[in-house]
Design a protein. Sequence first.
Length: 199
Amino acid sequence: MASANLPRLLTCLPGPVALFALEEALLAVDLRQLRAHLVYRRLARDIGGSGGVAVQRLLSPVIVRRLPDEVALCVAARDELIELGVDLDAFGDDAIVVRGVPAHLRNCIDDADVTDLIDRVIPWLRLRAREGEGGSGDASARRREVLSAIAETRGADPAPRLARRWIGELIELGDAIDAVPGVRRWTASALIGERARAQ
């Protein structure tokens, strides 16, 4: 897509929030929410295309302490989790060792955030275990839920330099900008108010 068609980055504010000019509007973009949306789309594309998400090996495996029943849940779902890009195994009865995370998270997750990733996956594993493998629940809906949980894993604040690239990727995907969580469009009249404009 030609750069002339892309919103023009004005500045980045703490939060982190990027401000873009798009035609006669101002876009305020929560970069964390935009990152989660794009990571979700990438994960869903990988699952739909090749059937699995690439695993990015961690430089040093991360030990995450968990209750024994949660360790058992993770180990029982190991094959499915590896398809989603999460490589883990039991580390005793009360911990798991995480050796890899989804490749699409590699630039936005630190070792400390691996615990948050596991925190987000365990509720899905509990629900899955309650429903049973042959349960009546919608498997594709459950898959979307876990992909969303993985995509929302807390990570370091995105670098402002990524704002242009991410907004370009969003437009290239064909997503309606106004429908993406964390993106707000402001017109001039909304910013200054209709009455102030009329004076």
